[in-house]
Design a binder for this molecule. Structure first.
Ligand code: SF4
Length: 266
């Protein structure tokens, strides 16, 4: 068997595992979903956290079940002070190191030289370039060699996320992507965190429902969607950072990045 044939065979078996897990996940609680992932998947499993409400719940579950899952964050360098404080508090509370992945230094220096420190307000393309360098490329490195990727996405966060499955095969990254809280409501997440005293970002109480980089996140008014607080100066169909959804609004099945990191970012 050639190398490409054996890679295709491995991808097919990973894809069928993803389908099986997707079918089973609807019957399981979040904690059971995480345990099941660890039982079924060999190799590295990476959970990427941005310290939002859902991510904190997943960190709590992973730590309380002592699961061998690597917890990683993408430190863009533009996070809120409250987020950095929660990062430190979470490591102390859960007894787990949360590994930081940083942007490529040279790419970041060139970006800031080209467009200035807050150039992302000026044009969608400039914002996409910033997300590509500060988030998307580091995510690729965080997931390099991983067998599975766990996220804290919830379906009711945006129209695009409603179309996501609980588990899928990411063909380009050749890994299983799992969203164990996809079918949770925000109210369920809040109640769970309160009941278990899970530490959460104090910005949530100030109306910041979805928390990302400080200059690109604002509080939302009652009745506004969570994603209205992100990149509020852009039209709705532009609002993703490239980690999960493509520029045409369709789900990304892997890294849709050009080598210059620009045009296919959202
Ligand atoms: S969210 Fe804003 S600051 Fe953060 S990477 Fe994207 S454009 Fe840059």
């Amino acid at each position: 068997m050639t190398q490409s044939e054996s890679e295709a065979e491995a991808a097919e078996s990973t894809e069928s595992l993803a389908w099986r897990l997707e079918a089973d996940f609807s019957l399981l609680e979040a904690r059971e979903r995480l345990i099941r992932l660890r039982e079924e998947i060999a190799g590295r499993i990476v959970f990427t956290t941005s310290f939002g409400l859902e991510d904190q719940i997943l960190t709590h579950l992973i730590a309380s079940e002592a699961l061998d899952v690597e917890i990683v964050t993408l430190d863009t360098g533009r996070l809120f002070p409250q987020t950095y404080a929660l990062w430190a508090e979470s490591e102390a509370r859960f007894g787990r190191r949360i590994r930081a992945v940083y942007p490529d230094r040279v790419a970041l220096e060139n970006l800031v030289a080209d467009q200035g420190i807050d150039g992302f307000y000026a044009a969608v393309a400039m914002r996409k370039a910033c997300c590509a360098i500060r988030k998307v490329e580091p995510l690729g490195r965080a997931l390099d060699g991983a067998s599975a990727w766990i996220t804290g996405l919830r379906a009711d966060q945006s129209a695009e996320r409603k179309r996501m499955p609980l588990v899928e095969f990411d063909a380009d990254r050749r890994l299983i992507k799992a969203n164990p809280l996809l079918d949770w409501t925000r109210e369920e997440a809040i109640a769970f965190a309160k009941e278990r005293s899970v530490p959460i970002n104090p910005l949530h109480a100030a109306g910041f429902l979805s928390i990302g980089c400080a200059p690109c996140t604002r509080a939302v008014q009652h009745g506004e969607s969570e994603r209205n607080g992100r990149w509020w100066w852009e039209s709705e169909d532009e609002k993703e950072c490239g980690l999960h959804v493509g520029p045409d609004g369709r789900l990304v099945r892997g890294p849709q990045i050009q080598s210059d990191g620009a045009e296919r970012m959202t």
